[in-house]
Design a protein around this ligand. Sequence first.
Ligand SMILES: *Cc1c(COP(=O)(O)O)cnc(C)c1O
Length: 426
Amino acid sequence: MSDQEHGFDTLAIHAGAAPDPATGARATPIYQTTSFVFEDTQHAADLFALRAFGNIYTRIMNPTQAVLESKVAALEGGTAALAVSSGHAAQLLVFHGLMQPGDEFVAARQLYGGSINQFNQSFKAFGWNVVWADAEDPASFEKALSEKTKAIFIESIANPGGRITDIAAIAKVAQKAGVPLIVDNTLATPYLCKPLDHGANIVVHSLTKFMGGHGNSMGGVVVDGGNFDWTTGDKYPLLSEPNPSYNGMILYETFGNIAFAIALRVLGLRDLGPAISPTNAFNILTGMETLSLRMQRHCDNALKVAQWLKEQDTVWWVNYAGLKDDKHHDLAKKYCPNGAGAVFTFGLKGGYEMGVKVVSNVRLLSHLANVGDTRSLIIHPASTTHSQLSPKQLELAGATPDVVRLSIGIEDANDIIADLDQAMSA
Ligand SMILES: *Cc1c(COP(=O)(O)O)cnc(C)c1O
């Protein structure tokens, strides 16, 4: 099947997948094996020297994982992808491929709380230094650049605020600086937004969320846009210098527009080890077949809930870019024309205490730390996901004490609204 000729919904089902050559199985089998038999010694040697593509060991590559990778690459419009054990593992491998100790990257302050922790704590310990910028102000990224900058990192729809980032404006800054723009597209999914079409170079996802979509499996993925020139200067030695573990091969020379994905697999995944399990890859693949249907329902329900919240006396404000009078509505129309996603925040007049009360009183909604489930989810970031941040960081991340975050599921919208209604008036 030529992926280029088919529409998005067809790709979500068929891209990367074919009947199993050994058995004819129509669904992608779970290749629950750690290792693969070599045809002969020459084949083994070729695989290890990267002269031939093929399966060796499931830490590096597995056929179920490979279908997932091809499908995500096709949906995002990238040249190749690498699936790993979680969204955080995907971010770790991306920066491992770009950074040397002492290097810097610029990131939007408005990010998933876990990413803020990862960048501020663990990445700092590796000598990879984050410099924060303001997603609402593309010029702030330019100001944050230095000679040591190796990348820019943003989210398309920012968690938890539900804000829409002006990807094209920040891509211009990255292009001028000669560094790749990495976009975390977890909350949008390629059904709502395709960052590579707006100038991004690398896309990452937590597949744990809307892509898998059923709240049952962890996964992450890196998509190589195939549109960045890794030979610029000596900035990216992993790509542009002879590699000692592959007989001096220069990965960019050998692999061209899939070199970044290859480097992350044969160096990052090989050495750091966060492989996705074949069973989780299968679960996520199954979820992705209904991505369009689910995302449209998620967005339609989210808009109905946001419109209802807006009319409530107990609600101070609603921050949902799908609302016509929202300050991000124009950005939403440009970047997410099918809908503004299903994760957004609102502010309660009763502040911290009222936030805690509402999450305690819900019955249909689940109080937990996740997004992108079929089920509707609710959390009070200031007392949970963002509780490690300072008051200043809370404010900058859009997670002040009055904020409640919703991830609207695909139940009946009226039932979601009725549950919020009883929880807020209890
Ligand atoms: C959940 C999430 C992550 C981290 O993904 P895990 O699969 O939990 O490791 C990264 N970015 C965003 C926007 C997320 O929502």
